[in-house]
Design a protein around this ligand. Structure first.
Ligand SMILES: Nc1ncnc2c1ncn2[C@@H]1O[C@H](COP(=O)(O)OP(=O)(O)OP(=O)(O)O)[C@@H](O)[C@H]1O
Length: 945
């Protein structure tokens, strides 16, 4: 679309967000167009070429509304880039109405106007509308909206986190599940949820170069999220052509962090944009110290300050120690994590807090607390005297003491654990993982190698591959296991390259390489070559950092050509295979040189930390404490006593630290990261809300009515094509068709099918198209309905309560779009509770259009009279809806305000303005609710025969 098509003052409607109402173009320069949407106080800026906008142009004969909500009939229009309508009012007055003077609320022809004009829809169209409203209500009220759409297995630990985090306003959390438990999936669930519920629109994902493609694909195929990848070429092009800030050219942007560290201007451009959510993967690379934060840290810090929400992902949050862990928490919530010293002191408090929590959560927790003044005192130290006094009073009178205890535990975790900001699930708490088996392969050390070096080949000339016994073992191993896919990891890219070329060129083994020096495209090609089942590589040779975060669980043989000096890196290596979806036990092969430092390190990992066969959360902490002994033993591998001393000390430290973690912070984290019964409950609710059969029926009905050709392809699979009877494009339907299914399991096993859920863009846009347009909003039918007398008629009126608030307030959580249906008989009795809409449709017969129009003309005065009564009935029901919406809103607001006030007491960095901003926001939300209006959405006249 060319820029000159947009003229200031023109009215356009957003096809992606019709609910914004009529937008006014306020600026159209530099290939950008900005619009203001006065109906809901929102603004949008788009790149003009791909703006999702449709020009609003009324035709002669249409009714338009001015800013005073007066209706006018269009007689003529003058379009000079900017339209002037010549209109006639109800009283016959004529005037010129500029399009700027149009009411910002979109007025499609109202049901009463259409009815009286004899412009009637068929009963099944009316039914589709009723279904649409009912499903919208059901989905908005379900409490699990945002969790239905993703093409993922519903796993408890992920669903719990997604639900917990995504329901927050601008969440800021660290997702720290152990390697391979699905942090990317959790982030995708949160992003999809926040977008679906309009809490976040603009998302920036920043990650290591090697993961860009994997994320791009994962976001698209599992979440229908189309991210744009930002790179230097795109930025340069945009700057050269004077284009819009390239980061503003898409709502969803994915880019390597290296883009921000390569050039300061790139970071500045990204910082000039508004981001609702920033997501950073492999966040342990953000190295920090008070004196010298790394440039990656500083870049993310600048963005994190500006972005409203923040998701940091790392499997090894403490890889670089407690200080660095603190640095990441500080990015999330600088108010809560304002002092490293206090943070250290907090760590010491975890054990008593955990003990207190355990007593509270015990079966008799509430009673025990009531009878134990000492315990009440202890609780008061953490949450304050006032809270304990009010809790005791409530417990004394409460019907549901366990709920209060759970709330108190949450409060403790929030204020004194890393509760609200850190989530970590471990394999211990997630079942179904295979075993890990170690195959240590002792080899003789070549005489020219240094026995104290962990990577002796690095000091050798290029022909080392021909002489190294590990390479010889590798050849044999690969030849013996020709049918197996093997992932090999080695510390350096140079070693990886040498191995790959030797295996390929000299041994004829299909090998591929993967390291940080390769371009993104080369890396993705290489990973795809390895993944290919038929003609693919047998072995992928990876450098340490090159493979981080990648999914290779289709293989179950891992060769560690050498060992990393850091236990967290060892876990990262094994995590490439030990991931969700791994079907076999994992075989970890470690060729090593006897009597060398490699043997010492292997023994230390295996016997000291058991790091091969289990995940090892305390590896980094133990290493810090045995650093000197470890260095000495590695430097002198022949000193067996030193090695033995190291192993014994490591073993006992490991036991001790695991016990401390179990009784302290990890236990708290576990409590906080997944509550299996709550998670199961959410999964059950998702199952209920998914209504796959109802969705299929609904969409088939919509396909029929909008002219989409659908063929039953194979079991539960449909092929959709535009048909010749299709009047206008059907949302998300490509011209050359699409294959779809409505079933989650089918979608998981058949990736080529689109998974149509209630949250798929095709489905949401269809519902939007029906609900916000006039499809099926008025109808007339006849039916037999004993004992109703023939010759009488019923008026069916459907109203909705509409709250004109900016989406960011999320008020539909409290006031979902609820159809209020009234069915009045001749005596004014409301039969809505007795006869459902679909029952009427089931019995309904249509009349020829002319006959129907004559009946309406005849009934007109009575229809209008009866509609008055219907409105009164609907208003009573709307009042009750609004009352409960206000109560729910107040309850949530009070809880959030109380939390901030309580946190402010513990943390002086929470500013008074923050609390007043929250109060102001609450007041605005209440005000919007008060302004809710009842709107007539659909009308049907039912003549009894
Ligand atoms: N709910 C799910 N349904 C289907 N597949 C899943 C699910 N969760 C995770 N997976 C698959 O498991 C693998 C690991 O998931 P993911 O990459 O999100 O883990 P991670 O925790 O981010 O790993 P790392 O720590 O290595 O970065 C991926 O292949 C992912 O597609």
């Amino acid at each position: 679309m060319a820029a000159e098509q947009f003229v200031i003052g023109q009215r356009w409607i957003s096809s992606a967000e019709k609910e914004l109402g009529l937008g006014v173009v306020t600026d159209a320069r530099d290939r950008r167009v900005s619009l203001s949407f006065p109906a809901c106080g929102e603004h949008r800026t788009y790149a003009d070429r791909n703006a999702p906008l449709t020009r609003v142009k009324y035709d002669v004969g249409d009714t338009v509304y001015d800013l005073d909500d007066q209706a006018w009939l269009v007689d003529e229009l003058q379009d000079e880039g900017h339209i002037t309508y010549l209109v006639t009012g109800i009283d016959g007055t004529q005037k010129a109405l500029s399009e700027v003077e149009l009411d910002p609320f979109v007025h499609f022809s109202g049901p009463l106007e259409r009815l009286l004009a004899g412009n009637l829809d068929k009963p099944r169209q009316f039914q589709l509308r009723l279904h649409t409203l009912e499903h919208l209500r059901r989905l908005q009220a379900s409490g699990v909206g945002g969790l239905l759409g993703p093409r993922v297995d519903l796993l408890k630990h992920q669903i719990y986190i997604a639900n917990e985090v995504a329901n927050r306003f601008a969440p800021r959390v660290l997702l720290a599940d152990e390697v391979g438990l699905g942090k990317t999936i959790e982030a995708g669930l949160i992003i999809h949820h926040q977008r679906h519920n309009h809490r976040a629109q603009r998302i920036l994902i920043a990650l290591p170069d090697s993961l860009v493609h994997q994320w791009l694909v994962e976001m698209l195929r599992r979440f229908n999220l189309h991210f744009s990848v930002m790179n230097q070429a795109r930025i340069d092009d945009a700057i050269e052509s004077g284009d819009v800030n390239p980061f503003d050219s898409a709502q969803l942007v994915l880019c390597p962090i290296s883009l921000f560290t390569a050039r300061d201007e790139n970071l500045q451009l990204a910082c000039q944009c508004e981001w609702d959510l920033l997501c950073v993967d492999e966040a342990h690379h953000l190295v920090w110290s008070e004196q010298q934060p790394s440039i990656e840290y500083q870049a993310v810090e600048s963005l994190a300050k500006l972005a409203r929400g923040l998701l940091l992902l790392t499997a090894t949050p403490e890889q670089l120690g407690l200080k660095s862990h603190f640095a990441r928490l500080r990015l999330l919530d600088p108010d809560r994590y304002h002092s490293l010293e206090e943070f250290r002191a907090e760590e010491d408090k975890y054990q008593p807090i955990n003990e207190l929590i355990q007593t509270l959560l015990a079966d008799d927790g509430a009673a025990a607390l009531q009878s134990d003044a000492g315990r009440q005192q202890q609780l008061a130290e953490f949450i304050g005297e006032d809270r304990v006094t009010s809790l005791m009073a409530k417990l004394a009178s409460a019907e549901a003491p366990s709920e209060m205890i759970v709330d108190t535990v949450r409060e403790l975790l929030d204020r004194h654990g890393t509760g609200r900001v850190l989530f970590r699930n471990t394999r211990g708490s997630v079942s179904g993982f295979p075993q890990r088996c170690l195959d240590a392969v002792p080899l003789d050390m070549p005489a020219h190698y240094d026995s104290a070096s962990l990577y002796p080949e690095q000091d050798q000339p290029e022909d080392w591959v021909e002489l190294d016994p590990r390479v010889e073992w590798l050849e044999q191993f690969l030849k013996l296991n020709r049918k197996q896919k093997v992932l090999l990891i080695t510390a350096s890219a140079k070693t990886a390259l040498a191995l790959e070329s030797y295996l390929t060129l000299r041994q004829g083994i299909r090998a591929s390489v993967f390291h940080e020096g390769m371009s993104l495209l080369e890396r993705d090609r290489s990973a795809a070559y390895f993944a290919d089942d038929e003609a693919g590589a047998q072995v992928l040779v990876c450098s340490e950092i090159g493979s981080e975060g990648r999914n290779f669980q289709f293989a179950h043989h891992l060769v560690l050509f050498d060992l990393p000096a850091n236990p967290d890196l060892l876990e990262q290596r094994i995590g490439r295979l030990d991931r969700i979806g791994q079907q076999h036990d994992i075989q970890i092969h470690v060729p090593y040189f006897e009597d060398s430092s490699q043997a010492v390190l292997l023994q230390w990992y295996d016997q000291g930390l058991q790091a091969f066969t289990q995940t090892c959360p305390i590896g980094g902490a133990v290493k810090q404490q045995v650093q000197t002994e470890l260095e000495n033993a590695l430097a002198d591998p022949s000193n067996a006593a030193a090695c033995q001393g190291l192993i014994s000390k490591t073993e006992s430290l490991a036991k001790e630290l695991i016990a401390v973690l179990q009784s302290g912070r990890d236990r708290l984290l576990e409590l906080n990261s997944c509550n299996p019964s709550v998670a199961q409950n959410i999964i059950d609710q998702v199952g209920e809300a998914a209504q796959e059969n109802a969705l299929q029926d609904y969409m088939l009905m919509a396909f029929d009515q909008f002219g989409v050709d659908h063929q039953d392809h194979s079991e539960q699979t449909w092929v959709l094509h535009p048909s010749e009877t299709m009047h206008s494009p059907f949302p998300e339907l490509p011209e050359d068709g699409i294959s779809v299914c409505f079933n989650r399991n089918k979608a998981l096993s058949r990736e080529e099918l689109s998974f149509l859920s209630w949250e798929h863009p095709m489905v949401t846009a269809t519902m939007d198209m029906v609900a916000s347009g006039d499809h099926g909003n008025c109808s007339l039918c006849t039916l037999k309905l004993p004992p109703l007398k023939a010759g009488t008629w019923l008026l069916e009126a459907v109203y909705v309560v509409h709250c004109p608030a900016p989406k960011a307030h999320q008020l539909n959580r409290f006031l979902p779009l609820t159809p209020i249906r009234v069915l009045l008989d001749q005596g004014g009795k409301d039969l809505a509770g007795v006869v459902a809409g679909h029952q009427l449709t089931g019995l309904a017969k249509t009349l020829p259009r002319k006959t129907a129009a004559d009946i309406v003309k005849h009934l007109k005065p009575e229809v209008e009279g009866r509609l008055g009564k219907a409105k009164t009935n609907a208003e009573t029901q709307a009042k009750a809806l609004l009352k409960s919406a206000r109560e729910a809103l107040t309850k949530e607001q009070d809880a959030e305000l109380a939390r901030m006030v309580a946190l402010a007491k513990v943390n002086p960095n929470i500013r008074a303005e923050e609390i007043s901003a929250l109060e102001e926001q609450n007041a605005m939300a209440e005000n919007y609710l008060k302004q809710s209006q009842l709107r007539l959405d659909a009308l049907r006249v039912v003549v009894v025969t």
